[in-house]
Ligand binder design. Sequence first.
Ligand SMILES: CC(=O)[C@@H](O)[C@H](O)COP(=O)(O)O
Length: 257
Amino acid sequence: MLRVYGETLSSRLFLGTAQYPSPSVMAEAVRASGIDLVTVSLRRETAGGRAGGRFWELINGLGVRVLPNTAGCHSVKEAVTTAQMARELFGTDWIKLEVIGHHDTLQPDVFGLVEAARILSADGFKVFPYTTEDLVVGDRLLDAGCQVLMPWCAPIGSARGPASPDALSAYRAHFADIPLVVDAGLGRPSHAAAVMEMGFDAVLLNTAVAKAGNPVAMAAAFAGAVEAGRAAFQAQPLAPRDMAVPSTPVIGKAVFE
Ligand SMILES: CC(=O)[C@@H](O)[C@H](O)COP(=O)(O)O
């Protein structure tokens, strides 16, 4: 069980709801994965002309918690306004905060992110900030009122998997008591298992499932990988060694002469 902002989530996999071949495939993928939280891009869906229509009904009908997000927002003002609209629409004060700073990499604008997190936290929002693995920025986000951090693993949509595993390990060690969700850039279930084995609390992904040949089967595969990675972390994996260590005892071996 994962505790975030005083609430309990049974699944440690969070899925995005964009880019699926159809809304019904998205709904089936959510069901197949057994998750209890989806993130929804208010801006993207509104731009697509589906706001207020069947898409919202479908999302609300999934029976899972909704984490609206500010994907596509490039300024503090835009992100704050989008969050406020999302609160009205979904009746939740949870918000996944994205303030994009760079067109090509979709890298977060960490300065705008901290400012928007401060404004939204003061306004009663429970902020889930999409950030880099920079420790100082993480500290500033906590100062701003965030109780969870969401470091990226690789650029959004890249499917590259953990680009800087050492930086992610340092992040986990530095924020030992803070719920940490790896967000963005995961491409395969093995990537999700790898970061869960490092001790991250959950993963959030979208593209790797939505754009898979079979999104429903891939959602189930990611769910299994997240559980396996978590179980491995709890079982305390052996640290890698530089030298060989015989796994077969040498004492008492038979001598043939
Ligand atoms: C859906 C969402 O919130 C994305 O902005 C998120 O960061 C997921 O990234 P991937 O699509 O790379 O999984």
